[in-house]
Design a protein around this ligand. Structure first.
Ligand SMILES: [Fe+2]
Length: 308
């Protein structure tokens, strides 16, 4: 049963992963390793926006120019070698075994206020599970705010769907095809509408009851890839900036541990994107082959964010 939010849990990473696979949430108070990453992210963001306050820059820029700016800033952050170093420090700080823990590159996210830009490069996420997007059941998502969060610009969990399958369009999603056709520079042009075939519920979703975890800057939230979650419609007046990245434990991937799959029917796997905590080596082929579903590969196996 999913019913617990653990604050500053002292559980080991093994215990924590098992609880996450059961739908529990973990949140940690501000800690130095996360604050270091935040400081680094802020310096990159603030440099990009120049004289403007990044949280209110949307009020002073036309949306095309804003999307262009994010289109440069985001890949620059993702690619930056320092980003990986900060991420590894967080994993180590929170008790992960870096030999067995694999991560993907950290993403910088923005949620603009009052519907300024909710498509393409600043997509406002409808309720979804990451497992509808080719994440394995053992994937864990890590999420942290870069500026103070507000209930009105946070992320929401929809725990009522943990044990409940939802009709959805994930069967039409293949990760490799997605990498080929829907990534890249074109995303910055989607400033008015966004008709990318993103998997979504095909039946009405009850967004309430929902949980919005508001942690201070320097805090971090962990949740399973099978958790139903969405972007809160931002009415705070301020753009939210956050970072998220994902981890997979090799032992769990091999043992096929993880959250139960109730309703994901997508094909392909994101496993090739993951890098070992110690030396950024990819997962061995024999592990990935456990998740290959035999679908034809019509695209790029690995997500390669375009260089800024
Ligand atoms: Fe997600």
């Amino acid at each position: 049963m999913n019913n617990t939010i653990y604050y500053d849990s002292r559980a080991s990473d093994d215990e924590r992963r098992l609880a996450l696979y059961e739908g529990q949430l973990f949140v940690f108070s501000p800690r130095a390793s996360v604050l270091d990453f935040v400081k680094f992210a802020r310096s990159m963001i603030e440099e990009s926006f120049g004289d403007l306050n990044p949280r209110t820059a949307q009020d002073q820029m036309d949306v095309e120019r804003y999307a262009e700016l994010l289109g440069k800033l985001k890949p620059m952050f993702i690619h930056h070698p320092e980003s990986k170093r900060y991420l590894q420090a967080i994993l180590e700080d929170l008790g992960c075994d870096l030999e067995l823990t694999y991560f993907d590159v950290p993403r910088l996210r923005t949620s603009t206020s009052n519907g300024y830009l909710t498509t393409g490069i600043a997509y406002a996420w409808h309720a979804h599970r990451d497992t509808w997007y080719s994440a394995p059941p053992s994937q864990i998502n890590w999420w942290l705010p870069i500026y103070e969060l507000d209930s009105e610009n946070a992320m929401a969990f929809h725990p009522g769907y943990w044990n409940k399958s939802v009709a959805n369009s994930s069967a039409g999603y293949n990760y490799y095809t997605w990498n080929r056709f829907h990534r890249g520079e074109g995303v910055t042009k989607l400033t008015k509408e966004d008709n990318r075939p993103l998997p979504r519920a095909t039946e009405p979703i009850k967004l309430d009851p929902q949980i919005r975890l508001i942690c201070p800057v320097g805090g971090i939230i962990l949740f399973s890839a099978a958790q139903m979650h969405s972007s809160v419609p931002n009415t705070s007046g301020l753009t939210r900036f956050s970072i998220d990245f994902r981890t997979i434990h090799r032992g769990d991937a091999v043992a096929k541990k993880g959250a139960a799959n109730l309703d994901a029917a997508c094909t392909g796997t994101v496993l090739r994107d993951f890098l070992r905590g110690t030396d950024s080596a990819r997962l061995p082929d024999d592990v990935i082959s456990l998740y290959d579903d035999g679908t034809p590969v019509d695209g790029d196996l690995i997500y390669t964010p375009e260089s800024a």
